[in-house]
Design a protein around this ligand. Structure first.
Ligand SMILES: [Zn+2]
Ligand SMILES: [Zn+2]
Ligand SMILES: [Zn+2]
Length: 152
């Protein structure tokens, strides 16, 4: 969804467009990875020192109810995040730096309903180490090894 499209939806719902709300929208529309309410508060604080987490939560819930953003229930620290509405897909979460990467479109098919169960949605999250953290880990391991060798 384009930002203009989202603004049209909001106008249709008579959503009051304050500068703060506009900023939240822009942050989500341009974010490189899903954002938590906490991330948004942190981004907004320098410009709006009295902004509260509750205000942000309320705004996020409203935007999600209009399907402009989608809640993502990541098991990583910080909990629920939101991302701009787009094609259904999954995420990879780095256990070291917390970076969240979006995966290409999903290829998982619903399990045939042999037991009569009707699947409406599914969740998949991959955990591991991003490329940068792998390099860091291997170089710090090597460094540790060199230091150990020095004492032998
Ligand atoms: Zn990482
Ligand atoms: Zn994503
Ligand atoms: Zn999927």
């Amino acid at each position: 969804m384009q930002l203009e499209e989202a603004l049209a939806v909001l106008q249709h719902h008579h959503w009051k467009r304050t500068p703060q709300r506009q900023r939240v929208l822009e942050l989500l529309a341009t974010a490189e990875q899903p954002l938590s309410a906490h991330d948004i508060v942190r981004e907004m604080r320098p410009f709006y020192p009295d902004i509260s987490a509750e205000t942000i939560y309320r705004t996020l819930h409203q935007l999600a109810s209009y399907n402009i953003i989608v809640p993502i229930h990541l098991h990583s620290p910080g909990g629920e995040r939101y991302e701009w509405s787009q094609t259904h897909h999954h995420h990879q979460i780095c256990l070291h730096c917390g970076q969240i990467a979006c995966l290409p479109a999903c290829s998982i098919e619903a399990t045939p309903a042999e037991n009569g169960f009707f699947v409406t949605q599914h969740v998949l999250e991959e955990y591991g180490y991003c490329a940068a953290c792998q390099t860091q880990r291997s170089s710090s391991e090597q460094k540790q090894k060199r230091e150990e060798e020095r004492f032998l």
